[in-house]
Design a protein around this ligand. Structure first.
Ligand SMILES: Nc1nc2c(ncn2[C@@H]2O[C@H](COP(=O)(O)OP(=O)(O)OP(=O)(O)O)[C@@H](O)[C@H]2O)c(=O)[nH]1
Ligand SMILES: [Mg+2]
Length: 202
């Protein structure tokens, strides 16, 4: 898929105030600092479309971007950010859970995990939360430029082994690097194939 147009639409904390449209929606989630916003910039080819930071906790709201006038891409705040207060954590959980469970346009959730670290409980819990609630998901391994191929393969296999204990078939997995653009076509073509299947894109 060629990205012809990528524009910011709206930020908010309430799924009911998200854009009132029937366009399919693809959300990006994962631990704080895993590289969600960077990946969105890499995929769209627009450098500062989503705000990034070397410090965790940069993205705080549900951010909608309109792509090619055909679909929405959604940047979300990360989970597992230790410096957030308990109150904030509760608010985050409700905002995200409501969005995931109630946003009808949500077509696929990309769960981002750092290719350098072994499967973490918090990520597995989130993946299982989506699975249990029948929300389609894929896994994106980020920052592959920082890791040797052999080590990345070991992490991927580790995920597959763990998930195959509770899943008949593990979710789709993608290897990416926002730094080099690695994996861009694979992710975009996957989104395109779902859009075509839905028949929403002419
Ligand atoms: N080397 C490398 N660094 C990356 C990559 N992706 C992200 N980073 C760096 O990781 C840090 C966090 O990136 P963000 O995109 O802001 O992460 P985020 O997941 O959106 O973080 P929050 O919004 O805080 O949840 C930044 O310093 C990025 O430059 C990557 O593929 N390779
Ligand atoms: Mg972010």
């Amino acid at each position: 898929m060629t990205i012809k147009k990528a524009t910011f639409v709206i930020s908010n904390s309430d799924y009911r105030k998200c854009p009132d449209s029937r366009l399919p929606e693809y959300a990006f989630i994962g631990r704080s600092n895993v590289g969600k916003s960077s990946l969105i910039n890499m995929l769209t080819g627009v450098k500062d479309l989503a705000k990034t930071s070397s410090k965790p906790g940069k993205t705080q709201l549900i951010n909608h971007f309109l792509i090619n006038d055909d679909w929405h891409l959604v940047d979300l705040p990360g989970y597992g950010y230790a410096r957030t207060s308990k109150v904030n954590r509760g608010t985050w959980q409700k905002m995200i859970a409501d969005y995931m469970l109630k946003r009808e346009q949500l077509t696929n959730v990309f769960v981002l995990v750092d290719s350098r670290i072994p499967p973490q409980t918090i990520d597995l819990e989130f993946i299982n939360f989506l699975g249990t609630n029948g929300i389609p998901l894929s896994i994106i391994f980020t920052k592959t430029d920082k890791q040797k191929q052999r080590e990345i393969a070991a992490t991927v296999n580790n995920y597959k082994a763990i998930l195959s204990q509770s899943w008949e078939e593990p979710p789709m997995m993608f290897l990416t690097s926002a730094a080099t653009g690695y994996g861009r076509d694979q992710v975009l073509d996957y989104i395109d194939s779902i859009n075509q299947e839905l028949g929403t894109i002419k």
